[in-house]
Design a protein around this ligand. Sequence first.
Ligand code: PLP
Length: 493
Amino acid sequence: MNIFYKSTRGGESGISCPLAIVKGIANDGGLFVPDHIPGIDVDFETLKDYSYNELACYIIGKYFPEIENLRSCIDSAYDDKFDSDSRVSLVESCGVSFLELYHGPTAAFKDMALSLLPYLMTSSIKQLELEKEVVILTATSGDTGKAALAGFAGVPGTKIIVFFPSDGVSSIQKMQMVTQSEDNTFVFGIEGNFDDAQTGVKKIFADKELGSYLSGHGYMLSSANSINIGRLVPQIVYYVHSYLELLKNGKLSKGDKINFVVPTGNFGNILAAYYAMQMGIPVNKLICASNENNVLTDFLTSGTYDRNRPLIKTNSPSMDILVSSNLERMLYHMSGGSEAKVKAFMDKLGSEGVYSIDPEIKSNLDFIYGGCASEDETLETINNVYRECNYLMDTHTAIAYKVYSDYKASTGDSTYTVIASTASPFKFTMSVANAIGESGGEADEFKLMYSLSEKTGVRIPRGLDGIEKLKIVHKTTCKKEEMKDVVKKSLGL
Ligand SMILES: *Cc1c(COP(=O)(O)O)cnc(C)c1O
């Protein structure tokens, strides 16, 4: 059965997967969703012997059948730049299995999608015969920027420009970005906060005049953020993989259900778990874990989404977000594909910052449990799990663990549970070292990285080891008003 993509808001349909990947977002502002969710039609007994890349090819191929060289895209993306032979690691500790998704080049789970997206994108462009060079524009609060840079660095036919808030990222995250080599990468600090960077990038995308000017010079703008369907689909693979691995090692028997706990920001990662479930993985509950920016917890409890509140800067910065873009796709599926309803909700979110869903949609969402954890609880959880189980977690994963503990205490649910572990603890060294009382007053986060490794015996990821010695190649900061000029200049125009 052919698969096509359509807008969640009804403005476009019958879009081929290469076009959906290249466009990133639909013309009516909606997100592309598949017109049906394909099922897994190979039995688990056979699938569980697939390698990660074979499984990726099988799952992603169901969504992107038109990508002709998919297997070679996958093999180029998931190779020995990953620290783990199986690309992801499943580690049983403290009563759960941690699905470690951070063994890629930049030590956060975003590598799982962003190491593949450039290949999907260039392949799509070739197939569509667009004969344009793609320019990826990204505003980042930390993890996306570096993962996108690492993914697109050196990929022929692409350039990538990243804007980050000069004073809004951790010293490790900043160092990761400004030391990115390869001629097709451009990185700029913005004098402002993440919102300024994000607003600037959105303005550039909306600038029709600039668009046609760039087009006339052989360039085409595209986006690498998680609204792109090309980022979502690769994330389905590891949920299927973890279930198969549990079957293989006998932790689960045929027919047993599983819970997935996901530390959530933009709702992309947990949506991928939902797609895995719809494809045939027997899921009991999806547990959506938020930090103090607990818009989603409130939404899942009350049925009202309300972004009218201040954004809190927390020690889990990759989840500091008030508008979870991918929730729009979930609403589409939960409303039985009602584009009119989705459009009405999103219009209200745009104009008033708040909307309420009907009781029917809310009850369809019952398989998702929402919970949140405070900054103090996050640190306490890191410490407890480290002391009791000798397992070191980053701040985002700790939120997931804490919310799961609360869920288990209140429901008594004993279903086997997998926690999506989204970042290496070393990416947030300062918070983690403080949490386990091993910072010793050291203020230099790089030095602290080595002492944390020594004290815990946990190895520093390859991509972070020695990072303080790398040459800084991107030194320019600019004002938010200058972003458009900076883009042109970077392209030599
Ligand atoms: C991006 C990110 C998240 C949030 O993932 P979403 O797909 O946006 O929900 C969680 N943890 C880390 C470490 C991240 O980088």
